[in-house]
Design a protein around this ligand. Structure first.
Ligand code: GRF
Length: 228
């Protein structure tokens, strides 16, 4: 499956995709990395991996729609079948989402629908939640709202700084996001209204039974498979 990745910052999730692909666990071709921030470190990662890059400063466009149309043209030309948002820090216009309806995914650093929007990890910490995590979901027009594909949860000790929590969230993001995209590449994901259903396969699970073992300090559902 051909994918395009949109990012605005460090691109550690892009790197996770590159690494999983190199390991032979992810059957995708990253045909384009796009950014609204020409200085994004993620673009460096893309270039190092030989991935074509498209970048323009969104402030040089008259408005959001014009910028999104320019991205859309580049994505269409690349032949991408799926758009992967990996730390893309701008709202997408309705016309962009419509053009790839059901074919845009995002990762968010909280257990949605709690704490949508920016600063999710800090907001969760300030609220005093005992569990937080990350969510991979389909993208709809309303921010951080589409059907959920996979979630990972982890405990939040009261004494922990947001930075530390975020670091643990990121480690899980780098596993669940490539896993979700691999499921899409395998054609094993079906969306029935709000429910995302994963077709089981004979592939071994990465961990036979992590969900019953609280000492492992995190839970992922659906279970990760071998290689993730
Ligand atoms: C991640 O925390 C993701 O959940 C959020 O943006 C961040 C991107 O990180 N949407 P990176 O640029 O992939 O390192």
């Amino acid at each position: 499956m051909k994918i395009a990745i949109l990012l605005s910052g460090s691109g550690s999730n892009l790197q996770a995709f590159i690494d999983k692909q190199r390991e032979g666990n992810l059957d995708v071709e990253i045909v384009l990395a796009l950014s609204n921030n020409p200085d994004a470190y993620g673009l460096k990662r893309a270039r190092n991996a030989g991935i074509p890059v498209w970048t323009e400063d969104h402030r040089s466009y008259p408005g959001r729609e014009e910028f999104d149309q320019a991205m859309l043209a580049a994505i269409k030309e690349s032949g991408a079948e799926l758009i992967v948002l990996a730390g893309y820090m701008r709202l997408l216009s309705a016309c962009f989402i419509k053009a790839f309806e059901g074919r845009i995914v995002n990762i968010h650093p909280s257990l949605l629908p709690s704490f949508p929007g920016t600063g999710a990890a800090a907001a969760a910490g300030n609220y005093g939640v005992k569990l937080t995590g990350c969510t991979v979901h389909f993208v709809e027009e309303q921010l951080d709202s589409g059907p959920v594909i996979i979630q990972a949860a982890l405990p939040v000790p009261a004494s922990e700084e947001t930075e530390q929590t975020l670091e643990r969230i990121h480690k899980l993001e780098h596993r669940i996001y490539p896993q979700a995209v691999q499921w899409l590449a395998e054609g094993r994901i079906e969306v029935r209204g709000r429910q995302v259903v994963l077709t089981e396969s004979s592939r071994p699970k990465a961990f036979p039974c992590p969900n019953n073992d609280l000492s492992s300090q995190w839970l992922v559902y659906p279970l990760l498979e071998e290689g993730f």
